[in-house]
Design a protein around this ligand. Sequence first.
Ligand code: AHR
Length: 323
Amino acid sequence: MIKKIAFLIVLATMILAACAPAAPAATAAPQSKVATYADMTLCYPQLGAESDWRTANTASFKETAQKLGVKLIFSDAQQKQENQISAIRSCIQQGVDVIALPPVVETGWDAVLQEAKDANIPVIIVDRSVSADPSMYAAHIGSDMEIEGKRSAEEFNKLLPNGGNILELSGTTGSGAAVGRAKGFREALNPNIKILDSQTGNFTRAEGKPVMEAFLKKYEGQIDGVFFHNDDMAIGAVEAIKAAGIKPGDLKMVSIDGTRGGFQLMIDGWLNADVECNPLLGPQTMDLALKLMNKEAITKEVLTNESVFYPDKAAELLPSRQY
Ligand code: AHR
C-alpha cells in the first residue's frame, strides 16, 4: 500500500513538472553597440595659433569633425602648458570619449595623463611628442621631428660643400618639435659647418624678426646660412634680412613646414629648401579615436610620410598647396 502511494506521488510530480511553463531562457549578454563618428565627443586642447602650420592644423580638426559629425571640444591654450592642462581636466569632467593632445612642450604631462587614464579616457598625442612613458597614452600621430632636422642638415651639406658658418632660429624651447629638429640637425650636419648661435623665435614671425636683427648685428659679415625651425620664423627673419640690405641668394637658407608662405619665400629666391611637416592630422586622428572607442587594434606610433620641397617646383606647386 505504502509503495503504491509513493508511486502515485512520483507520477503526479512528473506530470506537474511536464505541465509547468518552461523556465525563461537565460538572458543573452547585451550586444555592445559599435560606435560611429556621430557617437564621438573628441577633446582637442590646441596649443595655440602661433603659425600658419598651426592654423592649418586647427582647420583640419574643425573641418574633419564637421564632415564626420564628430562633436569637437576645441580650445586654444595660447602656447601655455597650464592652459592645456586645465582644458584637459575640463574635458575629463565632461566625460569625453577621447582626448587628442598636441603638447606645447615635452615634459610635465604625467599627472594629467594619469587623471585621463583613471577616468578611462584614451589620449592620442598629436603632432609633437611627450616625454611621458608610452603606457600613459594610447598612441602618437605626427611627424618625425628628428628626421626633419636631419633632412635640413643634408640640405646645408649640399649647399655649403666647403663648410661655413650658420645660425639657427629654433622653435619653442622644450617642445618636441624644437628638441627633435635640433638633435637630428646636429647629428647629420657636416663637421665643416659651424653653428655660430642658436636662439628661439618661439615658432612665430613676431619673434623671428628681432632674433634675426640681433644675429645680423652680432655676426655681421660672418654668416653663410640660416636654419629656421619653421616657415613663420623664416618669414619674420627675411624682413630683418631685407632691411639689412642682404639680397636673395646671399645667404643659404633652409626652413621646415612647407606652408604657402615658405613656398613664396622659395619663389622669391630666399629659401633654398623647405622640409615638409604636414599639419593635416584631423582625419587620421579621428579614425584612430573611433578605433579606440570600439576597442579595435591600433598602431601606437603613426608617423606622417613627408618630403622636401625645392624652389624649382615651388611656383608650379603653390596653387595646389592646402596650407
Ligand atoms: O609642431 C609643429 C610645429 O609647430 C611646426 O613646425 C610649427 O610651424 C608649429 O608652430
